[in-house]
Design a protein around this ligand. Structure first.
Ligand SMILES: [Zn+2]
Length: 73
């Protein structure tokens, strides 16, 4: 799988958590979730419609909290 940011092929598995594999790019250092676990486009649209992307929105904050927890330890 190429890097989702720079398209480099220099990616290696970084961590497996909750049976999901995260990859790290050796070129740009980005870490990303295996695309097999990306939610599909329709589900994503549904989620966007469910909440507003405002910092005061608890649902929006929860997205970032979840990302931080994923990579925290
Ligand atoms: Zn990269």
């Amino acid at each position: 799988m190429p890097c989702i940011v720079c398209k480099s092929e220099l990616v290696s598995s970084f961590i497996t958590k909750d049976r999901k594999t995260y990859w790290q790019c050796s070129h740009c250092s980005v870490k990303f979730l295996d695309q097999a676990f990306f939610i599909d486009e329709d589900t994503e649209k549904g989620r966007y419609l469910e909440h507003h992307n405002e910092i005061g929105d608890p649902a929006y904050l929860q997205v970032f909290i979840q990302i931080i927890r994923t990579f925290d330890g």
